[in-house]
Design a protein around this ligand. Structure first.
Ligand code: URA
Length: 284
C-alpha cells in the first residue's frame, strides 16, 4: 500500500476551505452521516395465534435487542413543536422583568440549537435605552463570549451607531431573534425561529425602547411577520405594535455582515441611521 501522508499545506488549505464554508466548530468526536438510512429492521417471524389467557399474564420485559424494537434514533431529533412554541410564549408572558426573561431563556430547553451552542446569548448594551436593535443569530464569536454582536459585524454596527452618538453604554440595547448559534451558522429553521421569537417579542415589550431597529432580512421577516425582502423594506418606517397597543417606530436596515460584503450599501444604511437620529430628536 502507498503511504498517503498529506502535506501540511494541503491540510491547512482544507481547513481554510472548511472555515469558508462555515464549518468552524467540531461538535462531535466522529462525523455523523445524517443522510444514511437506518439499517433495515429484521423481519419478525409471524407470531403464533395466541389463545386468550385464562388469567392475567405478567408483562414481558422490553428487550432492547428484540427484532421488533423501534429503529435507533440517529443523531439529534428536532424538538420544536407547536406545543413548545406555546410553552415558550406562556413562559415569556409570565416574565415581568428583563431579569426574569433572561433567566427563563437560560433555563429553556425547548430549542434544539441550545444543544450545540456553547453559550446562551441574551443581550448586551443598556436595558431601557431609547434604541433597541434586533439582529439575527449569534455567530462563532458571540457563541464563545456569550454576547451579541461582538465579532467583526458587531464592531461595524458599534461604529455606525457611534456615528449618531449612541454606544452600548447608555445609548442602545442589542439582541437577536435567536439566543443560540445555529451550528456552522446555518439558516435557522422556522420552528427554531418561532420558539425564540416568543421570547424576543416579550423582550421588546419589556425593554420598551422608543425606536426599534431590525438588522437584516431574517430579523425583519420574523419580527414583522412579512415575506417582503430587506431591499424593499429598509429605510422606511414601519410600526411594531406591542401587546398593549403601543406603537413602536421601527426601522428595517441591512445587516452589518451584508455591509461588510457590499460596502457600497453602507451609504443606504447611513441614511437609515440618520432617520433614526431624526426620529429620536422628534420623540424627545
Ligand atoms: N450577527 C447577528 O445577527 N447577531 C450577532 O450577534 C452576530 C452576528
Amino acid at each position: 500500500m502507498t503511504d498517503m501522508a498529506v502535506a501540511p499545506e494541503d491540510l491547512a488549505s482544507l481547513l481554510r476551505w472548511y472555515v469558508d464554508q462555515g464549518i468552524d466548530e467540531a461538535i462531535g468526536e466522529a462525523p455523523v452521516d445524517r443522510f444514511a438510512l437506518p439499517p433495515p429492521a429484521p423481519v419478525a417471524a409471524p407470531a403464533p395465534v395466541a389463545k386468550a389467557p385464562s388469567r392475567p399474564v405478567a408483562p414481558t420485559p422490553l428487550r432492547t435487542s428484540s427484532p421488533v424494537s423501534p429503529p435507533a434514533i440517529r443523531g439529534p431529533v428536532p424538538i420544536e413543536s407547536p406545543k413548545l412554541i406555546e410553552d415558550a410564549r406562556a413562559l415569556a408572558e409570565s416574565c415581568n422583568t428583563l431579569a426574569e426573561l433572561e433567566a427563563a431563556v437560560r433555563g429553556f430547553e425547548g430549542c434544539a440549537l441550545k444543544r450545540t451552542a456553547k453559550n446562551t446569548v441574551f443581550a448586551d448594551g443598556t436595558a431601557g435605552a431609547s434604541v433597541m436593535i434586533v439582529g439575527e443569530a449569534p455567530g462563532a464569536d458571540e457563541d464563545r463570549l456569550g454576547k451579541p454582536f461582538v465579532g467583526v459585524s458587531g464592531q461595524l454596527m458599534d461604529r455606525m451607531m457611534a456615528a449618531i452618538g449612541l454606544t452600548r453604554d447608555g445609548g442602545f440595547y442589542i439582541t437577536n431573534i435567536l439566543f443560540w448559534r445555529p451550528p456552522g451558522n446555518r439558516t435557522p429553521t422556522l420552528a427554531e425561529q418561532a420558539v425564540c421569537l416568543a421570547f424576543t417579542r416579550r423582550h421588546i415589550e419589556l425593554a420598551r425602547p422608543k425606536v426599534l431597529i431590525l438588522a437584516g432580512g431574517t430579523s425583519v421577516k420574523a419580527v414583522l411577520d412579512t415575506t417582503e425582502g430587506i431591499t424593499r423594506m429598509r429605510g422606511k418606517w414601519v410600526t411594531y405594535r406591542l401587546a398593549d397597543g403601543t406603537e413602536l417606530p421601527t426601522m428595517p436596515t441591512f445587516h452589518p455582515a451584508y455591509l461588510l460584503r457590499t460596502p457600497a450599501s453602507k451609504r443606504l444604511s447611513w441614511l437609515d441611521l440618520l432617520a433614526v437620529d431624526k426620529k429620536l430628536k422628534e420623540l424627545g
